[in-house]
Design a protein around this ligand. Structure first.
Ligand code: ADP
Length: 249
């Protein structure tokens, strides 16, 4: 296996639910710096792969490697410390706090044991500055004093990206970043992901194929728990087996 070239790899990854293989023998290879999309028709196994990668599920067999290191049994917190972070966990946002406070808390959490360092006035100011930079990066400066719970859905997801970026991850995992969004939100979040991906590796599960074609340079197509095809959007969208998988033929 060519570890080193790939940031994230799965090695013969499978997940069985009572005799049914939702994921079977998947060898996913995510290259450093890529925006890699995982697509496929309903029931293809995308969510299961994502949940295996983010430790919401334990694989029946196979391994997950991050930068060549076996992380199959590593906790999500330890994986985050190694640089791979999952975004879009709505629960990560505190609805009764302002956006600025939300981002500040994310930064303080990231600083962990050095929390007390931030008690001096000078360091609090530095913390606020950093929070403002992150809010600006996701286009939320004008809402900084609003309560997070009052934000419309699309903006809330942008706030989650800001809190995720507080961890300064090398690799971001995004689960259906545009799900349930209006067209305007989709345009905004696509632009934001493109910006965030400039100096990071991104793996995303996404239904919206126009978002996939805009953002991803490599796509893995799943069908019935297995990899059906891989390539650029132009390549995979022309493959007869992919067209037929999407048409359900
Ligand atoms: P996708 O995200 O591509 O729509 P999923 O990963 O959600 O696909 O599901 C893949 C298959 O595994 C589906 O047939 C689904 O019914 C099945 N599956 C997913 N989770 C479970 C579970 N907890 N128990 C039993 N079957 C499951």
């Amino acid at each position: 296996m060519a570890s080193g070239e790939f940031v994230l790899e799965t090695d013969d990854l499978s997940k069985e639910f009572k005799g049914f293989f939702a994921v079977r023998g998947v060898n996913l290879r995510v290259r450093k710096g890529d925006v890699h999309a995982l697509i496929g028709p309903n029931g293809a196994g995308k969510t299961t792969v994502f949940n295996l990668l983010t430790k919401f599920l334990t694989p029946t067999s196979g391994r997950i490697l991050y930068k060549g290191e076996d992380i199959t049994r590593t906790s999500p917190a330890d994986i985050a410390r190694k640089g791979m972070v999952r975004s879009f966990q709505i629960s990560a946002v505190f609805p009764h706090l302002s956006l600025l406070e939300n981002v500040r808390i994310a930064l303080q959490r990231e600083l962990g044991t050095s929390f007390h360092f931030w008690k001096s006035d000078a360091s609090l100011a530095a913390l606020n500055d950093r929070a403002e930079v992150l809010l600006d990066a996701v286009g939320l400066t004008e809402f900084r004093s609003h309560m997070a719970g009052d934000l419309p859905y699309g903006r809330k997801r942008a706030l989650e990206i800001a809190t995720t970026l507080a961890l300064d991850p090398e690799m971001l995992l995004l689960d259906e970043p545009t799900a349930g969004m209006t067209h305007e939100d989709i345009v905004r979040i696509t632009e934001l992901i493109g910006k965030v991906a400039q100096n990071r590796t991104v793996l995303m599960v996404e239904h919206n194929l126009s978002v996939v074609s805009n953002l991803s340079n490599i796509i893995t197509v799943l069908q019935r728990g297995e990899i059906l095809a891989e390539g650029s959007y132009d390549e995979v969208s022309k493959m007869p087996e992919v067209i037929s998988a999407y048409l359900g033929t």
